[in-house]
Design a protein around this ligand. Structure first.
Ligand code: XLS
Ligand code: NI
Ligand code: NI
Length: 441
């Protein structure tokens, strides 16, 4: 395997191959066979697995109670340019060894933020040139780019929703540069996750004005990118809270309502993160379903939360039952529109060996592969779809069909009800549905 750059960072680890579930090699895929075809498409094309630059190459195991535990070889240089190149070398080596093809990034994941806008522009253009070169020598592509408009203290009151215009303008400049970077790296999509677009208290917040500002901000960002030839999709990534008390893109339904209100629904779709769904008190499959119902299921940030914790723990996905149910929605809706499956997940603070990040991504990919294969079997070789459809059969003919065809009004319902003597109580059969899922896992 070709290592571009001087150093091999993940020494002793070779390219991860599919070996099947009988293999006891921990550094092999058990279920994820990239070329295996499910429902007419290879697993590789269904998922377009991506590595999150921020968690895998920038995260150092810090938390609010303690400093870094993970000291990585690429994180040595005090020169921001050298450090950025080392990080890119490590990222490309890792992604290639995983056999994946994509990564996702925030602007200042690629290179450390400077002190002025001008400095940032120079830094980003420097690292963009370097990464472009690396892309020419590999299969590694950008699934999506984004701007980190939440870490810098100037954004403490928000970015696009900041009550101070000059800070909003600064966020605009940052998004322009992040879009330029994404376009230069041939990024397929662009994400807006509004980390601080929300409020801590309504006592001091003019919600209507802030939402209007956000709507305008997304509109001009989209217009700029289109004027630069960007053909990809924009995604909103909903999350209900953290770091704000309330985030405006609370969940998928809220984000879709917002996009429609501001006329953005043709250019934007939804990027659904598992742990954000559960924080919003929804299941992952609920969020996928809401997006798919509007034709807006764009991309997935794969991870999982912790049932006992109420924050974004960003653990690698391994809940096969949850993922299988989600893959039923995924297959029924025809998959993702433009996006892929980005592992927005981090290894635990006390996972400090160089191979831990491999185990994490192998587990995540295997979990999704196994779930998709299982969901496909449920749909193609059980009576699941038939049972599902049967629940609604009263709407397939007669008066039910007339109702769906908008031929009945409220008086009609009144008259029909007056003629009806007995009501059939039809079992929902939930336990049977659950057993079918279990049978195929
Ligand atoms: C944070 C978000 C973030 C987005 C990109 O919770 O998941 O990582 O995916 O800004
Ligand atoms: Ni995310
Ligand atoms: Ni998240």
């Amino acid at each position: 395997m070709a290592i571009i750059g001087n150093t091999e960072y993940f020494k002793g680890i070779r390219e991860i191959k599919f070996e099947g579930k009988e293999s006891d090699n921990p550094l092999a895929f058990k279920y994820y066979n990239p070329d295996f075809v499910v429902a007419g498409k290879s697993l590789k094309d269904h998922f377009k697995f991506a590595v999150a630059y921020w968690h895998s190459f920038c995260g150092k195991g810090t938390d609010p109670f303690g400093s870094a535990t993970q000291k990585f070889l690429w994180d040595k240089s005090s020169d921001p340019f050298q450090a950025a190149k080392d990080k890119a070398d490590a990222a490309f080596e890792f992604i290639t060894k995983m056999g994946f093809e994509y990564f996702c990034f925030h602007d200042y994941d690629l290179i450390q933020e400077g002190n002025t806008l001008k400095e940032n522009e120079e830094r980003l253009s420097y690292i963009t040139d370097y990464i472009k070169l690396k892309q020419q020598n590999s299969n590694v592509k950008v699934l999506w780019g984004t701007a980190n408009c939440f870490s810098n203290p100037i954004y403490m009151n928000g970015a696009a929703t900041n009550p101070e215009f000059n800070i909003l303008a600064r966020a605009g400049a940052q998004v322009k540069l992040a879009l330029d970077t994404t376009i230069a790296l041939d990024g397929q999509n662009y994400v807006f996750w509004g980390g601080r677009e929300g409020y801590m208290s309504l006592l001091n917040t003019d919600m209507k004005r802030e939402l209007d500002h956000l709507g305008r901000f997304l509109t001009i960002s989209k217009d700029y990118a289109r004027s630069q030839g960007f053909k990809g999709t924009f995604f909103i990534e909903p999350k209900p809270m953290e770091p704000t008390k309330h985030q405006y893109d609370f969940d998928t339904a809220t984000a879709i309502g917002f996009l429609k209100e501001y006329g953005l629904e043709d250019d934007f779709k939804i990027n659904i993160e598992v742990n954000h769904s559960t924080l919003a008190q929804h299941t992952f499959q609920h969020e996928l379903c809401v997006a798919a119902n509007s034709g807006m299921l764009g991309s997935i940030d794969a991870n999982r939360g912790d049932y006992q914790n109420g924050w974004d723990t960003d653990q690698f996905p391994n809940n096969i039952y949850e993922t299988t149910e989600a893959m039923l929605v995924f297959l029924n809706s025809g998959g993702l529109k433009g996006g892929g499956v980005n592992f927005d997940a981090k290894i635990r603070r006390n996972s400090t060996d160089i191979d831990d990040i491999f185990h994490a991504h192998i587990g995540g990919a295997d979990n999704f592969a196994r779930a998709l294969i299982t969901a496909d079997k449920i749909l193609s070789s059980s009576n699941y779809s038939e049972l599902f459809k049967k629940r609604y059969q009263s709407f397939d003919t007669g008066l039910g069909k007339d109702y769906e065809n908008k031929k009945l009004n409220l008086i009609d319902l009144y008259n029909i009800a007056n003629k009806t003597k007995n009501y059939k109580l039809i079992s929902g059969k939930q336990e049977l549905f659950e057993n079918i899922v279990n049978q195929f896992i």
